[in-house]
Design a protein around this ligand. Structure first.
Ligand SMILES: [Zn+2]
Length: 299
């Protein structure tokens, strides 16, 4: 009897061990697992911080991209950063129009294909990109949270730059997600009417030379595809504008920072797909919405 009892005890202990939970998933890892990818868009924040020799924001749980770890080793730090945020130009559209993307791909030092976060909508995704945290940590869980006062509850990339004695600025259109969600954080902001004005203002800000990190938001493709469909000629024209505007800004960055090591990054938030009525949308966990390619260039 005693032998049977001790056998049962050992058996129940073994079963308990086998039943232990695998490492807990979070809002970054669940989509990576679903799409079999080992990168996520929230890695942008620790990647930029690593290349600049700045401590990542405290709550950041994403790791720097492997390519950046290799590039940062025993190399001088990046001094200046230009970030371009085209809205909704996901991996799906890079794959569909490779010829259009060729100049951007060829000018990049490295790129990463990764997943974003759910729901795959602008404020939730950019919240993750610029904190290195999933939505359950950064605080924006749904689209309308962008209208809450100070919706991001944790430190951002911009706070990290300011803490390191650097100056950061965001140029974006009025009432768009990026215009609203970083209010209350340590970053200067200029609000403009539309993407073309954002691009022109960014060129002016770069030439004035007062900032170490300059972010330009371009919501043109997103609004065009919502109204017309993801592959409509007007949407493709907007996609081509995003590529061209980024390359124009890269040229200005090279011109104003000739002797300073600088990083330029093309960081979209999510992709998109068409509804039955032909209009574009996003927000799901499907690859068209959730898989995004981020491009980085170091000069
Ligand atoms: Zn968006």
């Amino acid at each position: 009897m005693k032998k049977i009892l001790s056998f049962l005890f050992v058996l129940s202990f073994a079963l308990t061990l086998c039943a232990q939970e695998p490492e807990a998933e979070n809002g970054l890892t669940s989509l990576m697992k679903k799409h079999g990818l080992n990168c996520c868009t929230a890695q942008a924040t620790p990647t930029i911080c690593l290349l600049c020799g700045i401590e990542a924001p405290k709550p950041c749980i994403a790791k720097p991209l492997d390519q950046a770890v290799a590039l940062a080793k025993d190399q001088p730090k990046v001094e200046k950063v230009l970030i371009f945020c085209p809205d909704a130009t996901g991996k799906f559209i890079v794959d569909k129009y490779p010829e259009d993307w060729k100049p951007l791909i060829e000018s990049s030092t490295f790129s990463a294909v990764g997943t974003n976060v759910l729901p795959s909508v602008t404020p939730v995704c950019f919240g993750a990109i610029f904190t290195g945290c999933p939505p359950e940590i950064h605080g924006i869980r749904k689209y309308n949270d962008k209208y809450l006062p100070n919706p991001i509850k944790v430190e951002t990339l911009f706070d990290a730059f300011t803490a390191a004695g650097k100056r950061a600025i965001i140029i974006s259109s009025e009432r768009c997600s990026i215009d609203l969600i970083f209010r209350g954080h340590k970053v200067d902001q200029i609000t403009v009417k539309n993407s073309i004005e954002a691009v022109e203002t960014t060129k002016k800000i770069l030439r004035e030379g007062k900032y170490d990190l300059v972010l330009c938001y371009d919501g043109n493709y997103d609004s065009t595809m919502h109204a017309n469909g993801v592959f409509h000629e007007k949407s493709i024209a907007a996609m081509r504008d995003s590529i061209r505007w980024y390359l124009e800004l890269v040229a200005v960055a090279d011109e104003v920072w000739p002797d300073q090591k600088h990083l330029t990054a093309f960081l979209p938030d999510h992709g998109a797909h068409d509804l039955e009525n032909g209009k574009g949308t996003h927000g799901s966990d499907q690859a068209c919405d959730a898989v995004v390619q981020h491009f980085y260039r170091i000069k």
